[in-house]
Design a protein around this ligand. Sequence first.
Ligand code: CAA
Length: 324
Amino acid sequence: PESLGGCELRHIAVCLAVEEIARVCVSSSLILQVQALGATPILLAGTEAQKQKYCPPLASGEKLCAFGLTEPGAGSDAAAMATIAELSGDTYILNGLKHFISNATVADVFCIFAMTDRGKGIKGISAFIVEKDFPGFHIGRVEKKMGIRGSPTAEIVLKDCRVPRENLLGREGEGFKIAMKALDYSRPVIASQAVGVAQAGLDFAVKYSKERVQFGGPIAQLQGIQFMLADMAAQVEAARALTYHAAALADEDSPQLTYFAAAAKLIASDVAMRVTTDAIQVAGGYGYMIDFPAERFMRDAKITQIYEGTNQIQRLVIARQLLK
Ligand code: CAA
């Protein structure tokens, strides 16, 4: 919102921006993507004071944020988290380990999920705004990844981390729903990232096939290559249309968002993987070499099938929506 220093853009605008950036560099598109994901819990559940304090520097980019949900034993099963938060006077004391956290080493503000009441299971999870300078907040192991190497991913170690009570987001026990809702808004953005990198693979394959001469002419004249390009293009267009539809539903706060966000993320990321792999195939041995960007597109595309819920989890979400 403009009142919080933003430009009053809609979700679809974030998706378009992320798609265009991912067309060149998926890591760079993740800067905007994680900024949106990390800020969404504050927008969804924050008090006016929390929004006024934390959102303007996130909107301007002066500060970066991150989303701390995943743990070593709580990946797909996000509710299995072991991080605990105990209230002591006016301070929550957080202990636990978050891992695979995008932006961890560069973020200033974190939305961290922890158990305030283990006995209540999912309904015992709460959300907190945690600043990197809070006592007991540490960065642990920094990961080495197959792709998106320009984006830092690391552990967060919470050792008696002191979080003021006023930094609880929503009420105690609302954390899991806040996380799930934030992911509903964010999954179309991951789908956009996938569309962007798929388009990059297609652009590369078209250009290469017009330049590469074999059997006396550009390989683009060969029907075998033309059919590959046509299949790639059609898949990218289908993924894009579904992604924009999901983004439009996010703008409307539609009850169908959960279903379409999962479907868009599932379809677009699978398309990204297929199209970027075919882009390498069109270029043959050259596509496999790191002198060309195609192999990077494929390595970067792979993560879109994994983060913000694996595509197996997206299928589970879709099926549950269908069958409810
Ligand atoms: N909106 C609102 N509430 C929701 C919801 C949604 N989309 N989804 C679930 N809930 C609510 C349910 O209604 C239920 O509440 P009630 O009991 O009051 O009805 C409660 O949450 C529990 O829901 P489930 O029974 O469905 O929970 P579950 O444990 O069986 O399954 C899951 C949930 C879908 C598998 C979930 O754990 C999940 O999405 N897992 C994947 C985790 C994930 O996406 N991690 C991403 C990490 S962030 C990241 O990757 C960022 C990055 O690096 C870029």
